[in-house]
Design a protein around this ligand. Structure first.
Ligand code: PLP
Length: 292
């Protein structure tokens, strides 16, 4: 457990960190969040995460609690206070505290909390056999591009995966196409060597890790197609994998108990994971410093 959290302007002991019972995040899930990886003491893909945070807030008409420069200072300060070398920072902004009423309160001030957690990252895949996923219907709302704290559908999906002994749940739309994982983006490598992941519309969260993976794939001359794919297509694929800030890139070798390709992690997933780790490590040239 990290020693400190940041809560509405103060660094407080994690054990003492509390928010008001009428915070709209608590009552209506009226807020958004971000998760930013820390590798070697530096943030990975920070500009992308901050841009998505601004976009999510803008879509919900919640003001940024303070300027981006101050936000970055606070993020760095918390990572330093907690001595996080490898791990991640969780950041949540809600519309604030107000008497319970659905419509936007006139006077609420956005509320912000941040926590950190340590987690080791390796360039090699964490499980030599890859991981399994189960598929579940995607029962979420229509604005999945907003990184909302309303995550109940994902909680149920991840629980279904856990109960089936799987690592992740792939959510499937009514037309039979995979949208994404409960907390990750979904990818396949087709038999003819094309990487496929769903296009970034409102049906998925626009993954920051996935964007970097796409750029790294392009550097290696791998073609990427942004389009939906079915579970059947994934089962016939040469490789499948998932991407997210806390998992980087993990190969998927089983979907609903059926084997993907030969059941072993493929070379492209391994290569992209190594490339993403190296890309993250390159950011250690600009370590987290306080003061900036
Ligand atoms: N899709 C969903 C639903 C997520 O919750 C996440 C991460 O939490 C992702 C995709 C991956 O996004 P990122 O790469 O920015 O972590």
């Amino acid at each position: 457990m990290a020693r400190y959290a940041y809560v509405n302007g103060r660094f407080v002991r994690h054990a003492d960190a509390t928010v008001h019972i009428e915070d709209r995040g608590y009552q209506f899930a009226d807020g958004v969040y971000e998760v930013v990886t820390v590798l070697g003491g530096a943030f990975v893909d920070e500009p992308g995460h901050l841009a998505r945070l601004k976009r999510s807030l803008g879509e919900l008409k919640i003001a940024m609690p303070f300027t981006e420069a101050v936000l970055k200072l606070v993020m760095r300060r918390l990572v330093r206070l907690n001595g996080v070398k490898d791990g991640y920072l969780y950041l949540q902004v809600t519309r604030g505290v107000a008497p319970r009423d659905f419509k936007f309160p006139k006077a609420a001030k956005p509320a912000i909390v941040m926590t950190t957690r340590r987690q080791a990252f390796k360039p090699e895949i964490p499980t030599e056999n890859g991981v399994s996923v189960v598929t579940v219907p995607d029962i979420r709302w229509a604005r999945r591009d907003i990184k909302s704290v309303g995550l109940l559908a994902q909680v149920l999906a991840k629980q279904a995966a856990a109960e089936a002994g799987a690592f992740e749940a792939w959510m499937v739309d009514p037309d039979g196409f995979v949208t994404e994982g409960s907390s990750s983006n979904a990818w396949i490598l087709t038999a003819d060597g094309v990487l496929v992941t769903r296009h970034a519309d409102n049906s998925i969260l626009h993954g920051i890790t996935g964007n970097s993976i796409e750029a790294l794939a392009a550097e290696q001359g791998i073609k990427v197609e942004r389009r939906p794919f079915t579970v059947a297509e994934a089962l016939a694929a040469r490789e499948a994998f998932l991407t997210s800030a806390t998992t980087f890139c993990i190969p998927i070798t089983e979907i609903d108990g059926k084997t993907v390709a030969n059941g072993h992690p493929g070379e492209v997933s391994r290569t992209l994971r190594r490339a993403y780790y190296a890309y993250g490590q390159a950011r250690q040239a600009q370590p987290v410093r306080w003061p900036l």
